[in-house]
Design a protein around this ligand. Structure first.
Ligand code: 6GU
Length: 246
């Protein structure tokens, strides 16, 4: 799998690329490449954006610059590229990322291309003519698409064989088909008791079928009710302490 990112800030990905699970993915033959549209613009001052027609705040990424960048990288008209490759624009108005979309992207035979928006975003013609998907990572606005692209790269790469230490880790995890879309069951490790807080007996019983059933039930409960930590004995969030020390 090849994950390509078009970003005005490729250096943001240097740190990410150096993380162990990413290095594992790269060692297993996957790729994470970054490209800067500024390297492809022919406008003076390496310009990539412009003021919006109709007026308003901010700057908009230019369709001609994105076309030149995609042509330069893939050697074909981006209108044709998108017929055989997922080209994903990261934008807050897009389809909200979930495990099903991640599975779709991870199943792409060749790879995916992620376009990071900045400023006010993309000229609409980029989305309309060059992209197969517009994706958001949630209902809030980031300063740019880079962190969203990193999220997409991360969730896709960790699904691929060779990325995680334990090959089963991505199969029976939160929101997976194996858990029928439910969040994961609670985990425990040593010590079996800490401050009187005991690990559920069933997990120490060695009865694999009972453990499996217990986990499936806990998982389903969390799917129904959500994992809520808002207990009465925990202080609710209040106004900030004026002392600045909480
Ligand atoms: Cl993909 N981009 C930006 N700028 N903000 C976002 C987002 C994307 N997803 C959620 N917020």
């Amino acid at each position: 799998m090849q994950v390509d990112v078009l970003t005005l800030f490729p250096e943001w990905f240097d740190w990410y690329r150096d993380q162990r699970h990413v290095r594992n993915a790269l060692a297993a033959g996957h790729e994470l490449r970054t490209f800067n549209p500024r390297d492809h613009t022919v406008l003076s001052g390496r310009q990539v954006d412009d003021t919006p027609f109709g007026g308003g705040a901010g700057m908009v990424l230019r369709v001609d610059v994105m076309e030149r960048a995609l042509r330069g990288i893939y050697g074909e008209d981006p209108v044709d590229l998108r017929t055989h490759r997922r080209v994903v624009a990261l934008t807050p108005g897009g389809r909200v990322l979930d495990d099903a979309l991640v599975d779709e992207l991870a199943a792409e035979p060749d790879g995916i291309t992620l376009l990071c928006g900045r400023y006010e975003g993309f000229d609409e013609r980029i989305l309309e003519h060059f992209c197969t998907d517009a994706v958001s990572i949630g209902q809030y606005v980031l300063a740019g698409g880079e962190l969203a692209a990193m999220v997409v790269a991360d969730v896709v790469l960790r699904k691929l064989p060779g990325t995680l230490g334990h090959e089963d880790s991505a199969v029976e995890e939160s929101f997976s088909a194996a858990l029928e879309g439910d969040p994961e069951y609670p985990h425990y490790t040593r010590p079996a008791k800490h401050r009187g807080w005991a690990v559920p007996d069933v997990l120490l019983s060695g009865h694999h079928e009972q453990i499996r059933r217990w986990r499936r039930e806990r998982s389903r409960e969390r799917g129904d009710a959500g994992l809520r930590l808002d207990r009465a004995d925990v202080a609710p969030p209040g106004p900030p302490d004026p002392s600045g020390e909480r």
